[in-house]
Design a protein around this ligand. Sequence first.
Ligand SMILES: NC(=O)C1=CN([C@@H]2O[C@H](COP(=O)(O)OP(=O)(O)OC[C@H]3O[C@@H](n4cnc5c(N)ncnc54)[C@H](OP(=O)(O)O)[C@@H]3O)[C@@H](O)[C@H]2O)C=CC1
Ligand SMILES: C[C@H]1O[C@H](OP(=O)(O)OP(=O)(O)OC[C@H]2O[C@@H](n3cnc4c(=O)[nH]c(N)nc43)[C@H](O)[C@@H]2O)[C@@H](O)[C@@H](O)C1=O
Length: 317
Amino acid sequence: MTELLPSRARIFVAGHRGLVGSAVARRLTADGHTVLTRPRTELDLRDAAATAGYLRQTRPDAVVLAAARVGGIMANATYPVQFLEDNLRIQLSVVAGAHEAGVPRLLFLGSSCIYPRLAPQPIREDALLTGPLEPTNEAYALAKIAGIVQVQSYRRQYGAGYISAMPTNLYGPGDNFDLATSHVLPALIRRFHEAARDGLPELVLWGSGTPRREFLHVDDLADACALLLRRYDGDEPVNVGCGEDLTIRELAETVREVVGYRGAIGWDTTKPDGTPRKLLDVSRLQSLGWRPRIALREGIAAVYEEWRSQQEAAPVA
Ligand SMILES: NC(=O)C1=CN([C@@H]2O[C@H](COP(=O)(O)OP(=O)(O)OC[C@H]3O[C@@H](n4cnc5c(N)ncnc54)[C@H](OP(=O)(O)O)[C@@H]3O)[C@@H](O)[C@H]2O)C=CC1
Ligand SMILES: C[C@H]1O[C@H](OP(=O)(O)OP(=O)(O)OC[C@H]2O[C@@H](n3cnc4c(=O)[nH]c(N)nc43)[C@H](O)[C@@H]2O)[C@@H](O)[C@@H](O)C1=O
């Protein structure tokens, strides 16, 4: 099969300190590539001129765009301006800057929220732009859709080897555990841990508990990203998920067991549920030979252990 990346490539990972970027950087380094990084304090990727200058100066063989304004349902619903504008600006800077610098390969990371709220399940890549979006993350989703079209446009107009991957809900080491901005899985780990520690009789979670979500460990995503960089050069985005979903209630039961909380679980239905179901069809990725390796319960237990030991060393305020 044709290899689309040199075996010892220089790859700029934008967002290398984040959940996804750090996992991708670990994986590419393990594969023998040289990972280039730049802290946000030295390069704000919303700054198109500075980003273009950095890419011209370094001329990497590939770019992985894992820098973004990211957050859970509440952050998305509260700050739509930042989720729209920061992401549009980062994408414009990085993709245009990469093209201008002659970077031959680029992988853009979108998200499963780009698909219509009521898309047929499991969601195929061709469901894009076939119906209305989920209101709690419409601004973020529209920015990500613009990113997909931007990447497709560079392919069509300039023949660039730029591609897009659409991951499902992710979790893993180094996740965001801030309850105001985090996704559900780290939020539940922290909330069950603190409820057990404080001996609370009940923990009240957000929404009805009935929405269904699919969770993929970020090391499995990194494996998929490495494969796509080497082997995929198509116009269409590629879904990345484990192929199985569960309700938020079932997720809560699993986290409760891992953490060892013995109290009751309540539901605050004044909080948003978000999209009712979001399970990706991953047959396109599977046809390239990819399979996830980390089972959900095992992944949650590992993340909990790591977070707990960090807490013991330096508790979160
Ligand atoms: N987490 C998830 O469940 C999912 C994530 N994704 C996608 O994966 C990608 C990465 O997400 P994730 O790793 O979770 O997010 P994180 O918030 O963990 O990481 C985002 C990274 O982007 C960097 N960043 C943000 N703004 C700027 C900026 N203006 N200039 C430079 N760097 C910036 C951050 O830098 P700093 O560390 O300095 O803050 C951080 O390293 C995103 O595109 C997201 O849409 C897709 C589906 C699900
Ligand atoms: C990756 C994806 O992530 C986001 O979409 P989401 O999946 O809806 O987000 P979430 O992980 O925050 O919530 C999932 C479900 O869980 C419920 N829930 C219960 N209790 C808590 C809780 O304590 N915290 C949170 N955050 N959610 C909770 C919550 O009410 C919801 O029903 C978007 O940013 C979107 O743009 C995106 O791309």
